[in-house]
Design a protein around this ligand. Structure first.
Ligand SMILES: [Mg+2]
Length: 292
C-alpha cells in the first residue's frame, strides 16, 4: 500500500514537472539551468584523454619505443645529427639527446584538470603554485628512455620554457623519479636562464650542439623542433613538410591535445582575444562536411 502511494506520488510529481516544462516550452520560456549544471570547458575531452585513456599511454609508449630504436641507430652513425643548429665537425663529439619537459617528460594533466573543473585559464601564478607541488608524473616511456640513453653514455638535456624561478621545483620533480640529471653538467636549460634564451629554443640547441652531437629531439610542441612555429596554419604545415626526413627518425613528437602552438595558430597567437573570439576563429579553421 505504502509503495503504491509512493509510486503514485512519484508519478504525480513527474507529471507535474513534465506539465510545467511543457507549459514553459509552449510559452517559449527557457527554463533556468539547474544549480548543479555540469561545467562546460573546451578542454574536457583532451584532458580526459591524456589523463585516463590507455590510448594516450599507448601513443606515448610508441613514441618512446621508437626513440629507443632511433637512439641506437644514431649512436652507430657518426654523421647523424637531429639539430639544424649543429654545424662544423661534430662527428666525434660526445652524444646527447634533447627533451622538452612539460607534456613530453612530465605529465601536468592535474593542472589541466583543475582548469577544466573550475573553468580557469592558464595563469603564471597558478601554474607556479602547481609546479611547486612537485606532483607531476612521468609521461609513459619517458623515464625508461632517458635511463636507457644515460646507460649508453648519452647526455640527457631538458630544454624547457618553464621560467628560472621554477628550476628548483623542476629539478626536484625530475629527481624524485630518477631521471638522469647530468652530473656536473647543467642539463636543465630554462627560458631566460641566459638573457638571450627566450621562448624560441634554437639558441639553447645551438648551446648544446657546441659540445655534443645531438642525436634526437623529443617534444610535444612544434617549437621543440623549430623556431618558426608561430606562422599561419599553412606556414606551419609547410615547415613540417620541409623537415619530412626527420619526423619519426631524429625528431619524435609526443601527443598533447590539451594546449600548444597548434591551439594558438588558428587565432594568430593573439592571446588578448576573448575566449569566444578565439573559439570562433578555431571553429572557422575546422573543415566540415556541408551536411546532408
Ligand atoms: Mg611541452
Amino acid at each position: 500500500m505504502q509503495s503504491t502511494f509512493k509510486s503514485s506520488a512519484k508519478s504525480l510529481k513527474t507529471g507535474l514537472v513534465s506539465a510545467a516544462a511543457m507549459c514553459a516550452l509552449m510559452a517559449g520560456i527557457q527554463t533556468a539551468p539547474a544549480a548543479d549544471a555540469v561545467p562546460q570547458n573546451d578542454n574536457l575531452n583532451a584532458t580526459l584523454w591524456t589523463q585516463t585513456s590507455v590510448e594516450f599511454k599507448a601513443t606515448a609508449l610508441t613514441a618512446y619505443s621508437l626513440a629507443t630504436i632511433m637512439l641506437d641507430r644514431a649512436l652507430a652513425d657518426k654523421n647523424w645529427t637531429a639539430a639544424t643548429e649543429q654545424t662544423g665537425n661534430y662527428q666525434n663529439l660526445p652524444p646527447a639527446v634533447i627533451l622538452d619537459v612539460d607534456e613530453t617528460v612530465l605529465d601536468n594533466s592535474g593542472y589541466q584538470g583543475w582548469m577544466v573543473k573550475n573553468d580557469k585559464s592558464f595563469h603564471p601564478k597558478t601554474w607556479a603554485k602547481f609546479v611547486n607541488t612537485i606532483s607531476s608524473k612521468p609521461i609513459p616511456g619517458s623515464l625508461e628512455f632517458t635511463k636507457y640513453a644515460d646507460s649508453k653514455g648519452v647526455k640527457v638535456f631538458y630544454v624547457s620554457n618553464r621560467n628560472t624561478k621554477l628550476e628548483e621545483a623542476t629539478r626536484k620533480n625530475l629527481e624524485a623519479y630518477g631521471y638522469p640529471m647530468g652530473g656536473n653538467v647543467d642539463t636543465v636549460l630554462l627560458k631566460r636562464e641566459r638573457k638571450e634564451w627566450g621562448s624560441k629554443k634554437g639558441n639553447r640547441r645551438e648551446h648544446v650542439a657546441k659540445d655534443y652531437r645531438i642525436l634526437l629531439l623529443l617534444g610535444d610542441n612544434f617549437g621543440d623542433f623549430v623556431d618558426n612555429y608561430k606562422g599561419t596554419l599553412t606556414e606551419r604545415n609547410n615547415t613540417l613538410v620541409s623537415h619530412a626526413d626527420k619526423w619519426g627518425k631524429s625528431w619524435i613528437a609526443v601527443a598533447n591535445p590539451t594546449y600548444g602552438s597548434w591551439e594558438s595558430a588558428p587565432y594568430g597567437f593573439n592571446y588578448k582575444l576573448s575566449g569566444d573570439e578565439k573559439r570562433k576563429m578555431k571553429l572557422d579553421s575546422v573543415d566540415a562536411w556541408s551536411g546532408e
